[in-house]
Write a protein that binds this ligand. Structure first.
Ligand code: SF4
Length: 276
C-alpha cells in the first residue's frame, strides 16, 4: 500500500477528497460559509479537472469523493460530472435541492445504480423558520425534490445545520419529516453552524479550528485545503488559514503535505464539535 492508503486504513486520514466545483449559488443563505450568491466569483473546477482529480484520488488510495460549492447544480454539465465521478469512487454531492427539474433528475438517473448520494439541506420542519435563513420558497422546493429523487432510486441524505433556536420538539418533527420523505435515520446529518463566512459576519455558530475539523483533503480552483470548511469566503476574500498547498496538480503534492500535517494527531481527535 502507499502512504495515503496506509493512513486511510489506519484511521489517520479520512478517505474522502472534496471538490469545490464552483462558488456561485441561486440562494444567499444568511450563514453561508462561502458567501455564495448568484453573482459571486465562480472559482470553478471544470468537468475534466474534476474527473482528473478523482482518478488521481483513486490511484493514491483515497476511498470516497465529495462535491460541494456554492451550489454544484448551477453548473450546466454537473449532472454528467457527478455521474462520471461516481463511476470512479463512491460520491456524495451537496445540494440545496432547489434546481431539481424533471429534466435534471432524468440526467441524474444513473446515480441510482452507482455508489452515490445527494445530500440536501433542510434546517427546520416548518416553511417559515426554515426559509428565514435560506430564502422564500426553499422549504417547499426541498420537500418536493426529495421524494422525486428517492422514487428514482437515488439515495438522498438530509443535512440539517442546527440553529440554537431548534428545540427537541422541532428536532423530533424534522426527523418525522425526513422519514416521511424517504430519508433514513442513518442518512440524516446534523451539525452546528460553523462561524466562518457570512455566519462569522452575523455572529452565528461555533468557532472551529483545524484541530476541530477532520483533515479531509479539499481541492478548489485556488488550492488544496485541510477541510471543506477551509476554503470559505469573508468580505469577498478567500480564507487561507486552512490552506495546505496552492499546488493541486499532481494531487500527490497536497496529499503528501496533508499527511505531514496529520502525522502526530491521534485518530478521532477532531470529533468534539461533531463537524463531520
Ligand atoms: S449555504 Fe449553500 S445553498 Fe445557501 S447560499 Fe451557501 S452554497 Fe448556497
Amino acid at each position: 500500500m502507499n502512504a495515503v492508503a496506509d493512513a486511510v486504513a489506519g484511521g489517520m486520514l479520512p478517505g474522502r477528497v472534496w471538490l469545490y466545483s464552483n462558488y456561485h449559488c441561486n440562494l444567499a443563505c444568511s450563514y453561508c460559509l462561502t458567501e455564495s450568491a448568484p453573482g459571486v466569483d465562480r472559482r470553478a473546477l471544470s468537468h475534466d479537472r474534476m474527473v482528473e482529480i478523482a482518478e488521481e484520488a483513486h490511484d493514491l488510495g483515497f476511498t470516497d469523493l465529495g462535491v460541494t460549492g456554492g451550489e454544484p447544480f448551477m453548473v450546466a454539465s454537473m449532472c454528467e460530472t457527478v455521474v462520471a465521478l461516481a463511476r470512479i469512487l463512491p460520491l456524495v454531492v451537496l445540494s440545496n435541492a432547489t434546481l431539481f427539474t424533471a429534466a435534471r433528475i432524468e440526467r441524474l438517473q444513473p446515480l441510482a445504480w452507482l455508489p452515490a448520494a445527494i445530500q440536501v439541506s433542510l434546517d427546520r420542519p416548518d416553511p417559515a423558520s426554515n426559509d428565514e435563513h435560506r430564502g422564500p420558497g426553499n422549504f417547499a422546493k426541498v420537500i418536493d425534490a426529495i421524494p422525486k429523487l428517492v422514487q428514482r432510486g437515488i439515495r438522498v441524505r438530509m443535512a440539517t445545520t442546527l440553529d440554537p433556536a431548534v428545540d427537541d420538539d422541532e428536532r423530533a418533527r424534522l426527523c418525522h419529516l425526513h422519514r416521511q420523505l424517504g430519508v433514513s435515520d442513518d442518512d440524516h446529518v446534523v451539525r452546528p453552524v460553523v462561524r466562518r463566512g457570512r455566519a462569522r459576519t452575523a455572529g452565528m455558530g461555533v468557532d472551529a479550528l483545524a484541530g476541530d475539523l477532520p483533515p479531509e483533503l479539499t481541492v478548489t480552483a485556488d488550492g488544496a485545503f485541510w477541510s471543506p470548511f477551509g476554503p470559505t469566503v469573508r468580505d469577498g476574500a478567500l480564507d487561507t488559514d486552512l490552506l495546505v498547498t496552492r499546488t493541486t496538480r499532481p494531487l500527490s503534492t497536497p496529499a503528501a503535505a496533508l499527511l505531514r500535517l496529520v502525522a502526530d494527531r491521534p485518530p478521532g481527535s477532531d470529533a468534539q464539535l461533531g463537524i463531520r
